[in-house]
Design a protein around this ligand. Sequence first.
Ligand SMILES: [Zn+2]
Length: 298
Amino acid sequence: MSLSKFNHYRYTCLMPMSNPIKDSKNLETLISKLKDKHRIWILTGAGISAPSGIPTYRDDKGEWKSANPIQHNDFIKHESYRQRYWARSMVGWKLTGRAKPNPTHHAITALQLTSRVSQIVTQNVDGLHNIAASKDVIDLHGRLTEIKCLNCEEVSKRADYQPRLVEINPELDDYHATIMPDGDANVENFDMSRISIPPCNNCGGVLMPNVVFFGGVVPKPRVEKAFSTLAESDCILVIGSSLKVFSGFRFPRWASQNNLPMYAINQGEMRGNELFDFILSEPCEQAMPIIANKLTLN
Ligand SMILES: [Zn+2]
């Protein structure tokens, strides 16, 4: 890492946001526990992207905020579900496509630059770790910034698909709707059967966002790499996740079974919280820059 890049993170990106820390003693406790850890395995969830304007599925109690999201089989099997998905995605992309990383993402990148991080694994599909220049991130559930052909499997940029969607569905271009999680928007009172879906440029096949929908399967190589790096780490740090989804929860569960020190920064209820050695209940966008600053000084 160049000195200028390091200083960029230290002095411009690691500025905490305005939410105050309630209990600095607890923050210091977590820092002291992380101080001698040089292979920190990080798992992030929706809570870290909320300050970037990306809504979360669940409230502080881990309950659904609104109707269930699209299921994998519905998208694959039914044109009508795909029309509904792409209509809502076309409107939602106006925000999702512009979302920027926040201090939590930058702090994680700073920690990685100082070689304290063994692996970054995220349950988020917003791609913000990558935009924040974190390296080798395992996107467990894929990325909304990509689309994939169900026939020829070619992967292309979601940003390049938006003009194609807009061109053949101009009546939706100026539709204003509440933005929902995962690039979705609350498009209602619109005849979805009017929506046209551009096909794959390569083979004319059906396109899908390159993400794992609910009911879909996380590709095995991602899970295996996550487990193998976890096995070589000296602690697990969960940031901004209620761990309600098993595809994320299996890692802390494994860490517990293998006596790995377990820490979390999370506000609200968390599945398996009794397994953790220490949970810091503070806003991660406030706590992480301070933690990264203290740890990168050592
Ligand atoms: Zn194709």
